[in-house]
Write a protein that binds this ligand. Structure first.
Ligand code: V55
Ligand code: FE
Length: 511
């Protein structure tokens, strides 16, 4: 047994038992990712009947869940990536005009071992070489990226590991969920897509061996949780595949030069290294024919941050997503060509002629059309989930009003200053801004009723209040966000700035 220590240069060292140094003081690094509003919160709370300004519509009945990275212990590398933090789930349960808050860490294997040791044992993101030897071979999943509801299960997802199942009422961790052994690999995307018509979950996994590799697995999972189809295809090189575009008839993967190379991991901490000398490729896989019908295209150099929606119309495939021409340097600053500036993502519409493309990436064609849909940058897009995989009219995103100042830089760039509603029929955009010290996080759409028209419903979003060191959860009329919140649910403390959430109606929660 050895104990982890950290040397002055930040590299982990080891001390044999018996010559242990005095315990280090519990202290997070004094860096922007761990300071002020962006510091870990680590608060597991139950607050009943949160204060509300305005009034919560009584038909808003169910639970809002959201995942965040709330680092439990000071990292072994002071410049550790934000996305390596421990998964914390935030739940606001809405019931007849009332709102109750629950926050809980996901009890991952990693979380439990580190709590026992009272220190970080896992090192750099996805790099087992940098872990304490005592955790060799232990799953490093931290369940911090997104949370979904499928087949009556609440699952916290991290693309580097398998899902964790949680109790939807108590947020107690039930354990790793591998779809009852039907998922062969060690990873599962944080961005699976629900087909609203069939209730299926369409998912993928990359680097499923646990290390960089060139396979991508595609899973089709029935509404009752059975993996009905599993396929694998090859990509030209191993890289981050965070999100994708899914239509009812096609799967679309963007392969961008955020490269994961097993060789460089032997000397570097960083799992991904931007290599602008690698091409950007797009793989389009027809759902009926499967991977044998794959078609490869070349794109301009870019990285997809998040997809909004996609649909197939005859021989035309349309995909709306946020893309940036740079890598994700706030997390992975090292590139093969020195330091480069991170550029913000913009919403783009890709249109592909499906009669084009090539069976192998070496012959890929660059025949596609790209159009920018919003003049201001943003990310974290949402549609009404009932129109996923078909043409949508309404879109909601986090972003920036061009006339408002950008807030203090956060762990992943400047926090949004606005939510934006884009109407594809009129091409118009509406904005809502929470004011100078407010930062909205990802919006989640809730239909007013099961048979309401597309977009008729509520937009829920957590809003950081940097001047008050706490959060609100706002409820907006999704088709009139500029009117401001119908209800502002006041959270009396600061949550850690998070990622993706979902809504589960009370009828599904069974109470
Ligand atoms: C992303 C987030 C992650 C991750 C990889 O938003 C990519 C992109 C929160 O964790 O592990
Ligand atoms: Fe994401």
């Amino acid at each position: 047994m050895t104990t982890a220590t950290t040397q002055a240069d930040g590299t982990p060292g080891q001390q044999p038992v018996g010559t242990q140094p005095p315990p280090e003081t519990m202290r997070f690094p004094d860096t922007p990712k761990f300071r002020g509003f962006f510091a870990p919160s680590r608060i597991e709370a139950d607050v009943y009947d949160l204060e509300v300004e305005g009034s919560i519509p009584p038909e808003l009945s169910g639970a809002f869940y959201r995942a965040a990275a709330d680092t439990q212990y000071p990292p072994r590398f002071p410049n550790d990536v934000y996305i390596n933090g421990d998964g914390m789930i935030h739940m606001v349960r809405f019931d007849n005009g009332h709102a109750d808050l629950k926050t809980r860490y996901v009890r991952t294997q990693r979380f439990q071992l580190e709590r026992q040791a009272r220190q970080a044992l896992f090192g750099a993101y996805r790099n087992p070489r940098t872990d304490d030897p005592s955790v060799a071979g232990v799953d490093d999943g931290n369940a911090n990226t997104s949370i979904i509801w499928h087949a009556g299960k609440l699952l916290a997802l991290k693309e580097a590991a398998l899902p964790y199942e949680l109790d939807p009422a108590t947020l107690e961790t039930k354990g790793v969920y591998d779809f009852s052994g039907q998922i062969p690999g060690r990873t599962f995307t944080a961005h699976p897509k629900h087909d609203p018509r069939t209730g299926e979950l369409i998912a993928f996994a990359y680097n499923a061996s646990g290390l960089p590799d060139k396979q991508i697995h595609i899973y089709e999972i029935s509404a009752d949780g059975k993996v009905t189809r599993s396929q694998t295809f090859e990509v030209p090189y191993s890289s981050m595949v965070h999100d994708w575009l899914v239509t009812r008839d096609h799967f679309v993967f963007t392969i961008s030069p955020m490269v994961a190379d097993p060789e460089q991991m032997k000397t570097e901490e960083q799992y991904f290294v931007w290599d602008p000398n690698q091409g950007t490729y797009v793989a389009i896989i027809p759902r009926d024919q499967g991977v044998s019908g794959i078609k490869w295209f070349r794109s301009e150099q870019l990285m997809e941050t998040h997809s909004l929606n996609a649909w197939t119309d005859g021989d035309t495939l349309v995909g709306d997503h946020f893309t940036t021409e740079s890598g994700w340097f706030s997390q992975f600053p090292k590139t093969t060509v020195g330091l480069l500036p991170e550029l913000p993502p913009f919403l783009h519409r890709w249109t592909f002629d499906l009669t084009q493309g090539a069976a192998h990436w070496d012959d890929a064609t660059d025949t596609y059309h790209s159009e920018q849909l919003l003049s201001s940058p943003g990310d974290m897009p949402r549609v009404d989930p009932r129109v996923l995989m078909e043409k949508n009219r309404h879109a909601w995103v986090g972003g920036f009003h061009p006339d408002l100042p950008k807030g203090e830089i956060g762990p992943m760039g400047p926090p949004f200053n606005s939510l934006i509603h884009r109407d594809d029929l009129t091409g118009e955009s509406a904005f809502w801004s929470p004011g100078e010290h407010g930062a909205p996080e990802e919006p989640v759409f809730v239909p007013k009723s099961a048979d309401a028209d597309e977009g008729e419903g509520y937009l829920l979003a957590l809003v950081g209040r940097r001047d008050q060191m706490r959060h609100d959860l706002v409820v907006l009329d999704a088709l009139d966000i500029a009117a401001g919140p119908i209800a502002t649910v006041k959270i009396p403390f600061r949550l850690r700035y998070g990622f993706h959430g979902t809504w589960v109606p009370a009828s599904e929660l069974g109470r």
